[in-house]
Design a protein around this ligand. Structure first.
Ligand code: NDP
Length: 246
């Protein structure tokens, strides 16, 4: 079986799992429960579960290509920027001291990030890019960049809401896109990988965008419902993840 077929199968598995993920909240952060067995530190969990994404795609790429000054290398560079933030900066900024996440969540994320890293590293090393695609590349880069800024800015805003010691203290985020949706950080992440898929135009990055949708839309809906249940005064006009739509 060739790698394109395998990637399509991997994406179809995600689509089949979507209704199951929709019904079951991923048990970390505000949705954490003790039912999922052994737990590990939240901060350590973030580092170990994102590390495969940071390492595997670039490792795969740099060991499989000799053409370093290329658009491909630029795309891998953007991947590295995203994952340096997610793996190294984000976990040291979150205020979740003493908070735990189920080991099962970290293991399933390691599994996902390993496969996703191999797929994207592979397709970024074999796809031939030329500047004749530049309208797509420029548009995709623009969308990716807006998503990256929105994701980091919104994560920062959420992190700043919490007093240092109270890990179960949540407040209603306000301002900017938070006035329109409950989870601008997820909307930013979705926008990022949508832009990346347009820019890199291969089945691997398209698969990653589909999987990001599958992971983040259910979680945004869970967060949105959680806010509505826990805050009587939660603004009624807010959507969960896509302004005015969802
Ligand atoms: P959340 O929005 O649940 O939380 C982000 C941080 O802010 C956490 O430390 C959380 O604390 C804190 N926080 C959130 N809301 C509030 C609030 N109202 N008051 C006080 N503190 C708050 O994001 P996730 O932890 O699920 O995800 C983090 C990042 O990882 C996001 O940028 C997301 O896009 C990305 N991600 C990407 C995925 C993908 O498939 N590509 C999958 C999952 C995440 P606490 O943890 O204690 O709730």
């Amino acid at each position: 079986m060739d790698n394109t077929t395998l990637t399509i199968i991997w994406t179809v598995i995600g689509i089949i799992l979507f209704p199951i993920i929709l019904k079951n909240k991923a048990p970390y952060g505000r949705h954490t429960t003790k039912k999922w067995g052994k737990t590990i530190s939240n901060k350590a969990g973030w580092i170990i579960m994102e590390l495969p994404a940071l390492l595997i795609c670039p490792l795969f790429y740099f060991t499989n290509t000799t053409n370093l000054p290329s658009l491909n290398t630029f795309f891998v560079g953007l991947w590295i920027i995203h994952y340096i933030n997610r793996t190294i900066i984000f976990p040291f900024r979150i205020k979740t001291k003493g908070k735990k996440m189920p080991l099962a969540i970290a293991l399933s994320a390691i599994f996902f990030n390993t496969i996703n890293g191999v797929i994207n590293g592979y397709f970024l090393s074999v796809t031939d890019y030329s500047l004749s695609n530049s309208p797509l590349i420029i548009a995709g880069f623009f969308i990716f960049f807006i998503g990256l800024v929105l994701n980091i800015h919104s994560d920062n805003k959420l992190i700043s809401l919490r007093e240092n010691t109270q890990v179960n203290n949540y407040t209603i985020p306000k301002g900017g896109l938070f006035n329109k949706i409950s989870c601008p950080n997820y909307f930013g992440e979705l926008t990022e990988w949508f832009g990346f898929a347009i820019m890199t135009f291969n089945i691997g990055s398209l698969s990653f965008f589909v999987w990001t949708f599958i992971n983040l839309v259910p979680r945004a809906l869970s967060h949105h419902n959680w806010y509505k249940i826990n805050f009587e005064n939660y603004p009624k006009n807010r959507k969960a993840i896509i302004p005015y739509i969802l």
